[in-house]
Design a protein around this ligand. Structure first.
Ligand code: ATP
Ligand code: MG
Length: 321
């Protein structure tokens, strides 16, 4: 993918993190991840791209390593496992102030094709079909991991990470021939010779310094390893329907998953899921992220009023959970 690095530098130098739309080169926020922000930057060379800004790298070695595994992760998913990813690219540079800024770039996908938008347009039967399409895509990855444990790949299967190619919101239907694209590739969890390639410390960079030890101790290990386990990824995927304000879908999806893992997915030997464990998982996960965001806001406040230092991260507004 062709990347206009000069334009990205100009964008960065005029970025207003508190009001991205008022930046010198204006940008529209396409979405917020828990850790980064995804923009569409308003210029001819970046229109139609989703630019995921990652201000977390401290050294050139770190960002180069990330670039390598980001590219490898996309390639393994797409070429070896058979999970399609959008066209992608990567760029990084050092700003005049000496900060390293990296951008994951991706072909922009239509907003109305993205899973968490689609589920508000579909009836329960179609959502179930979409959910089974996702489990089928994930199955390719579990099969790859079984065959190549020393090169295992992790994935975040949540519905907000998939786009349905050619989805038409005017006639909202899904069938098993609909092609899915997986785009949440900015957390390239993958092993080499059995060893995790992604440095978990990177996740902590956007967290206030005074909290890092707590996060490390509380949940970093769990967050990193859950994405390699079919059962946990499935629980996470279903639990996310609480966050998407569709709790009534949880029981039918538990049933669909259990059917799937008793038939097509039998080789994984997954113990049946229960509604109770999904609920318990969600309330724990929610507590973690609500707390995390609240503390980051506090840190932003500290920077502004007490430390009087610039705050470089962009925080999401209120998230309904
Ligand atoms: N290529 C794209 N085209 C259109 N929208 C996108 C694209 N990539 C991301 N988005 C939007 O941004 C949201 C978050 O993106 P993504 O899932 O990649 O980040 P995340 O992994 O959840 O964030 P983080 O890794 O920082 O926690 C998506 O749900 C989607 O709405
Ligand atoms: Mg995501």
């Amino acid at each position: 993918m062709h990347v206009d690095i000069e334009l990205l530098k100009q964008f960065e130098s005029g970025l207003d993190p508190a009001h991205p739309e008022k930046s010198r080169i204006p940008a529209r926020v396409l979405g917020y991840g828990e850790i980064s922000t995804i923009f569409e930057i308003d210029s001819p060379s970046t229109r139609d791209l989703a630019c995921k800004r990652m201000p977390i790298f401290e050294t050139e070695d770190e960002v180069s390593h990330y670039e390598r595994i980001y590219n490898e992760y996309n390639a393994v998913l797409n070429d070896e496992i058979g999970i399609s990813v959008p066209e992608y690219g990567f760029a990084w540079f050092t700003t005049a102030k000496g900060n390293i800024i990296a951008f994951d770039l991706q072909r922009k996908l239509p907003g109305e094709s993205i899973g968490n938008r689609i589920i508000h347009k579909l009836d329960t039967d179609n959502i179930r079909t979409l959910f089974l399409c996702v489990l089928r895509e994930l199955m390719k990855l579990w099969a790859f991991n079984q065959a190549n444990p020393e090169r295992a790949v992790g994935i975040d299967g949540q519905i907000s990470n998939w786009s349905v190619a050619g989805f038409d919101p005017a006639s909202p239907r899904i069938n098993s021939s609909n092609k899915l694209l997986y785009f949440d590739t900015s957390t390239p969890l993958m092993k080499k010779d059995g060893k995790e390639q992604l440095d978990p410390e990177l996740f902590l960079r956007s967290a206030p310094t005074f909290l890092r030890w707590l996060i490390r101790w509380l949940f970093l290990e769990g967050v990193m390893t859950r994405y390699y386990h079919a059962r946990l990824v499935t629980i996470d995927l279903i639990a996310n329907f609480y966050k998407e304000q569709r709790p009534e879908l949880v029981p039918p999806l538990v049933e669909a998953a259990n059917d799937f893992y008793a038939t097509e997915g039998k080789s994984l030997g997954i113990a049946p899921l229960t509604g109770k464990e999904i609920e318990a998982y969600y309330s724990e996960d929610k507590t973690i992220w609500v707390l995390f965001l609240a503390l980051r806001r506090f840190d932003r406040w500290l920077h502004k009023y007490i430390l009087r230092k610039p705050y470089i991260y962009i925080l999401p507004g209120n998230i309904k959970r």
